[in-house]
Design a protein around this ligand. Structure first.
Ligand code: SF4
Length: 322
């Protein structure tokens, strides 16, 4: 593939529930447990029916977390599984990001997902005393273990760093190094997202916006510390057009799932693919991609793999790398 190609995934996000037992101080997503009506299968089916033949390929299942020891955990998990099954049965390609999972949960979701994701965010334990002091799921070791398990299970995986939480540049290098070591062992990391903290209206503690200059520096560092077959992704709704082009020049090559709404940063709507094609300028070519890269397709089983083959035929998309 030409080095001037920039990819994105035509996507729609389904949120099984916004409830989350963690309380990250910068979160603009969560509600307290019990304060949310979970997405029903009926509503999900209605939405997915509207999306058929709309160009959407990926269904991102993005969920708040029910505590692993809660009596509601099993119901929550089965609901996520059922949503993935539904999306798959209607022709879409599911990608789940539902926080840390047990090994068995991850193995089951593998059967109905083409790829999965979990942000490492940062590996420095210092954040457990600040923004993550009420977020047991943000233990760095727990999150790296998830990447390890995904590798063992041969799950194509997306991870990333959340930047601007109070960490220093050395912390980025440490987190990138940890991701690179796991990828060297398993070869399963498709993309590393570099997500600048962008304050929203709902977060408990307002922090400063992460500066675009620092984001460029983070991309340079990521490109230097990650293997060349790991794509660097940035969220295009959190930068302006000039900054976006600077990010591409620094080494970013993917813009992630593009849909009508960014559920994680609801104050920053996604541009359309047409807007993005203009914003990146004539030096770059925007191309849609599937949520699984071609070199990982033979990891997938049965029904999932045949769905991917169907899309690959309809939309021949080369691997967005290097
Ligand atoms: S950032 Fe994620 S883990 Fe933290 S409170 Fe929000 S939804 Fe929960």
């Amino acid at each position: 593939m030409s080095n001037s190609v920039v990819t994105y995934s035509p996507a729609y996000t389904l949120v099984p529930t916004y409830e989350c037992f963690n309380r990250c101080s910068y979160c603009n997503f969560r509600v307290d447990p019990g304060q949310d009506q979970w997405l029903t299968l009926k509503s999900a089916r209605q939405k997915l029916t509207q999306l058929q033949n709309s160009g959407v390929i990926e269904i991102l299942i993005l969920s708040g977390e029910v505590h692993p020891h809660s009596s509601r955990r099993q119901v929550w998990f089965e609901h996520i599984y059922a949503l993935c099954e539904l999306a798959l049965s209607m022709g879409f390609l599911p990608h789940t990001n539902a926080g840390p999972l047990s090994f068995d949960e991850m193995a089951r979701l593998r059967q109905v997902n083409v790829s999965m994701g979990l942000m490492v965010e940062q590996t420095t334990p210092q954040l457990l005393e600040t923004v993550h002091r009420h977020a047991p799921s943000k233990l760095p070791g727990l999150r790296l273990e998830q990447l390890d398990w995904a590798g063992q299970l041969r799950i194509p995986f997306t991870t990333g760093l959340l930047l601007g939480l109070g960490e220093i540049e050395d912390d980025w290098v440490e987190a990138l190094g940890a991701i690179a070591r796991l990828h060297a062992r398993y070869g399963h990391i498709q993309e590393v997202i570099l997500q600048p903290h962008s304050p929203g209206q709902r977060q408990a503690e307002t922090g400063a916006s992460f500066s675009p200059d620092q984001l460029i520096q983070a991309i340079h560092l990521a490109r230097a510390h990650l293997p060349s077959d790991v794509t660097i992704q940035i969220p295009p709704n959190l930068v302006n057009a000039e900054q976006l082009r600077a990010c591409l020049t620094a080494g970013a090559r993917d813009l992630g799932g593009i849909g009508p709404m960014d559920e994680v940063n609801p104050d920053y709507p996604h541009p359309t693919a047409a807007d993005l094609a203009i914003a990146i300028g004539s030096k770059w070519t925007l191309q849609p991609r599937l949520p699984v890269y071609p070199h990982h397709e033979n990891w997938l089983g049965g029904q999932v793999r045949s769905r991917v083959a169907h899309w690959r035929q309809q939309l021949p998309v080369p691997s967005p790398i290097i």
